[in-house]
Design a protein around this ligand. Structure first.
Ligand code: B1M
Length: 211
């Protein structure tokens, strides 16, 4: 079995203890960190999701897979980010909308946007509308607000959040959205300024939004 397959299998089966070592070994073999992320870890999460849908596994197994992926991403992190610290493209406020606890994708978007040169304020998961509004008010120099959601059932909360932010009268920033159930048409419908399918695209979009 290749090292990439071993990483895939470790995430799929939630081998928290060995993922860091395997990821390091994969990097040492010269495998591209983005390949390890996309084809090893994210792809394994896809299988985990499919197994959950077929009731072959349940929430605890999904949780352990998520923990495993997070540990692996920690190892990849220094190799994924470029040093954007000398550029400041401004502040970006990010969070997973209320009712939604998924944060792996949001954390990857944070990583990429930070690396692109933004100062990121990460509000975490299950973020109430009022927290977004209050944080924008407290940071009037905010250039970007980024919303993530992973559940079809929380798309309504994303709409509510986007509309509240847009309707708040607060100005000077762009609103971008993303997450598995979201697409460009939905982003436009809820009044977002931009949509990206993945974390790398979100960083490019973020830069474009402020240029
Ligand atoms: Co949940 N879960 N989950 N889950 N979970 C999904 C999303 C699901 C698709 C699984 C399935 O059934 N196939 C399904 C949703 C179905 C639907 O809505 N139609 C589901 C469900 C049903 C649930 C619960 C309701 C289960 C239950 O309790 N019965 C529950 C809901 C809890 C809640 O949020 N209120 C639940 C709970 C959980 C855990 C807590 C156990 C855990 C999350 C742990 C964590 O995040 N810390 C979990 C997990 C791990 C998953 C799966 C397996 C993996 C998610 C993930 O991290 N993927 C997921 C199945 C799947 O995704 N295939 C599933 C990897 C990650 C890198 O991808 O987050 O999509 P993703 O991010 C991508 C893009 O979406 C994009 O960039 C990233 C890649 O570069 N992106 C953005 C994300 N945000 C962006 C923002 C942007 C731009 C791009 O701009 C701002």
């Amino acid at each position: 079995m290749s090292k990439l397959e071993e990483v895939f299998q470790a995430v799929e089966t939630g081998k928290v203890k060995i993922i860091a070592g395997l990821t390091e070994e994969a990097l040492a073999e010269g495998i591209d960190p983005l390949k390890i992320l996309n084809e090893g870890m994210i792809a394994a999460m896809g299988v985990v999701g499919a197994k959950f849908q077929r009731s072959e596994i349940f929430v605890p197994e999904m949780l352990v897979a998520a923990k495993t992926m997070k540990k692996g991403v920690e190892v990849l992190k220094p190799r994924l980010v470029s040093d954007g610290t000398d550029v400041s493209l401004g502040k970006c406020i990010i969070g997973t909308i209320h009712g939604d606890l998924h944060d792996i994708g949001k954390n990857l978007v944070t990583l990429m946007i930070e690396s692109a040169g933004f100062e990121v304020i990460d509000l975490g998961v299950d973020v109430p509308v009022v927290t977004f509004i209050d944080t924008i008010k407290a940071n009037p120099d905010t250039k970007l607000v980024a919303l993530s959601c992973l559940l079809t059932t929380t798309m309504a909360a994303m709409k509510e959040t986007a509309e509240a932010i847009k309707g708040s009268g607060l100005k000077g920033f762009k609103l971008i959205v993303g997450g598995a159930p979201v697409n460009k048409a939905f982003a436009e419908e809820i009044g977002a300024d931009g949509y990206s399918e993945d974390a790398a695209g979100a960083a490019l979009l973020a830069k474009k939004m402020v240029s």
